[in-house]
Design a protein around this ligand. Sequence first.
Ligand code: NAD
Ligand code: DAU
Length: 349
Amino acid sequence: MILVTGGAGFIGSNFVLDWLVQHDEPIVNLDALTYAGNLNNLRSVEKDPRHIFVHGNIGDAALLSDLFTRYKPSAVVNFAAESHVDRSIHGPEDFIQTNILGTFRLLEAARAYWTGLETKSDFRFLHVSTDEVFGTLDADDPAFNEETSYRPNSPYSASKAASDHLVRAYFHTYGLPVVTTNCSNNYGPLHFPEKLIPLVIHNALQGRSLPIYGDGLQIRDWLYVKDHCSAIRRVLEAGRLGETYNIGGWNERANLHVVTTLCAVLDELQPRADGKKYSEQIALVTDRPGHDRRYAIDARKIEAELGWRPTETFESGIRKTVQWYLDNSDWVENVTSGSYRNWVEKQYA
Ligand code: NAD
Ligand code: DAU
């Protein structure tokens, strides 16, 4: 049994679905079902006895203690977090609560459980983190590696950095068998349409504007979500304790390039009824405060030590993603109803 947190969110649900294909080991999936968590993501495993869903918060110490006692997990994979940078700028409180205090409670519960284990070496705590903790790069800086200093710039990345430091401290102070991964920008199926790629696909199909912050020349390093999942499985299997592993696919792209690529794929797969190009919907809008200019991941450590490689290129992954959104309009309809619809209609009327 492994304990996955945040397994109803974007990456967590992709991980759960992949895990159940690759492994026999069951999963307890603890998720608070915030706006970003969605049980529809897990509909295909609803009746699978190897998947036990628990609706709850990683900050709930009593619940955690009960789950560790009852299920005796061999590993924890901690995805649960508030994940959207823009939301952290408008309201950082939830980010502090979940990303810092929640991770602290989870570490405490894991430590209490692990301390009582007879075979302590059988347990792993894998903390899923981000490249945003390293801050921003100039055009000619080398990519982030595992030795790069932490310089978080947003409330989101600062909260993730704090959680990473706690995880590190639990290894050095208590010997808790931890490993941390720092991944670049993910994209793919089941991505909530507040993030750039699913937002652009959704807005394009709705005939809304495609908002690009500032000059659109900010660079992100994109990784197809299934490749992130395979990297996490590999780190769980063979990662060295106390180490961190950067995960990325060597796919640096400027935002403007990402959006025009999406428009071109949409033009091909689902042309506009009026014969015009989707790129006509692009609108440069006010920049995000404190917007990091460039992220880039040096993934040589995980490649050399653990033999992990991504399978998708940016182009193949983007095409698969657009096709997934076209094939799953009911999923999009479901997650964009209610409060999302009110929010988005105000922004992109
Ligand atoms: P997401 O926002 O899609 O999903 C987060 C999930 O966590 C949701 O299901 C939500 O309900 C759950 N959750 C939130 N607060 C909780 C709490 N207090 N207790 C229990 N569950 C809670 O996020 P995501 O994009 O899937 O990211 C998952 C993890 O990966 C995060 O830790 C994020 O920092 C990290 N990460 C994301 C990316 C990316 O590009 N999306 C890249 C690198 C790392
Ligand atoms: O780098 C990893 C991080 O990637 C993760 O840790 C975060 O959880 C995840 O949300 C993501 O953060 P970003 O801020 O990079 O992702 P987002 O999709 O919000 O934005 C990608 C880029 O696109 C960024 O430069 C901001 C820009 N952008 C975003 C939105 C939503 C726009 O230009 N317009 C938009 O409407």
